[in-house]
Ligand binder design. Structure first.
Ligand SMILES: Nc1ncnc2c1ncn2[C@@H]1O[C@H](COP(=O)(O)OP(=O)(O)OP(=O)(O)O)[C@@H](O)[C@H]1O
Length: 351
């Protein structure tokens, strides 16, 4: 890809992991292809589907035109048709004036149909027509209106299952699924966590928050969390901690500033007993639980650190009962806390 194109999105897209690199390669490949190619984005909530859709638009020859994201799940089913395709004056009760739909507004540009799986069956047929005929029918309109709009569809659901269950049209599914991109969950690209945390802190600083930085122990614990809400959850967490930092007048964020869910035993378990992803499985099978690049002693120290932090959190910093939970004398716990340079416990002001 030429430099200008990469510049256009690299400033607000963060990630250097191989998994994320593959997504950026797809964006690059698409930037060289005709900008009419339909793209189908899948991935858990908060993985960056909208971010990638925008990057695809920004690196296409449609960049100067509109990018319109629509969340199909957020608009009542009976309104969605008029929102997408528009209506003529008097087409239905309350249609006091002609209204252009999003497709016409996005002429020459790109439309992101997020949560496409939530679209009603009858509207799916109308969308299929737009894809086939490149024209929309305004509600109450006499003539179809030609449109030149790239469609990017996105979903966090298993659309193939919806097709099998008869809830999503198969013909539309194949029309949309021309260039599929599957966004990896954050737990499958943990290498990006610390970059994303710095990016989030920088973004907040631009919005007037005081500068904060995350200490190694905090990043370590964050690196073992499962992040069900993915990058969105990370962004929200950094903001929540930034608010606490203003209140506590501090800049350095330690593991003790993280919410309790980071220390849940289920969480610890799911981290250390997690199944390797298909990509990791070949290499890491002989030493199944060992994270890439870590030696056994390093990994054991990490487990020890996490367990001690968890026990300290759960006992609100009471080292006697934490030691009891861990089954070691208090003196041993104190010396391990010192040896591992673990932070002193302080009560979090939120959650
Ligand atoms: N790689 C990334 N670099 C920087 N910010 C990111 C990245 N990925 C996601 N974000 C941020 O995370 C948040 C969620 O991203 P986005 O809305 O694109 O996710 P999504 O997959 O479309 O979520 P949903 O399925 O819930 O609509 C946004 O604030 C976005 O800016």
């Amino acid at each position: 890809m030429d430099r200008n194109k990469s510049k256009k999105y690299h400033t607000n897209i963060v990630g250097e992991s191989p998994a994320w690199g593959r997504i950026l390669n797809d964006v690059t490949a698409l930037s060289h292809a005709p900008s009419t190619v339909t793209v189908f984005l899948t991935g858990e909530t908060g993985t960056g589907k909208e971010v990638i859709a925008r990057a695809i638009h920004d690196t296409s020859d449609r960049a100067g035109r509109m990018f319109i994201p629509i969340n199909c799940a957020a608009i009542p089913a009976d309104l969605l048709e008029s929102v997408l395709f528009g209506h003529e004056k008097g087409a239905f009760t309350g249609a006091y004036a002609k209204s252009l739909g999003k497709f016409e507004q996005a002429e020459g540009g790109t439309i992101l149909l997020d949560e496409i799986g939530e679209m009603s069956f009858s509207l799916q047929a109308k969308l299929l027509r737009v894809l086939q005929e490149k024209q929309v029918d305004r509600i109450g309109g006499r003539e179809p209106v030609p449109v030149d709009v790239r469609i990017i569809a996105a979903t966090h659901r298993d659309l193939q299952k919806k097709v099998i269950d008869g809830e999503f049209r198969e013909d539309l599914y194949y029309r949309l699924n021309v260039y599929p991109i599957e966004l990896p969950p954050l737990r499958e690209r943990r290498e990006d966590i610390s970059l994303l945390v710095s990016y989030a802190a920088e973004k907040l600083a631009k919005r007037g928050y005081p500068g904060i930085h995350f200490m190694e122990d905090a990043l370590e614990v964050m690196g073992t969390y499962s992040w069900p809400g993915n990058v969105r959850e990370l962004m929200n967490l950094v903001e929540r901690i930034a608010v606490q930092c203003i209140f506590n007048k501090k800049e350095a964020v330690t593991a003790a500033d993280l919410p309790n869910c980071f220390f849940d035993s289920g969480q610890t378990e799911s981290t250390f007993c997690s199944k390797p992803s298909s990509e990791e499985s070949e290499e890491s099978l002989p030493v199944q639980a060992l994270p890439e690049g870590k030696t056994l002693p390093e990994h054991l120290l990490e487990i020890e650190r996490t367990l001690i932090l968890e026990a300290i959190h759960r006992t609100s910093g009471n080292t006697s009962s934490a030691a009891r939970k861990l089954g070691v004398p208090r003196s041993t716990l104190l010396s391990r806390i010192q040896a591992l340079s673990l932070p002193k416990w302080s009560a979090p002001s939120l959650g």
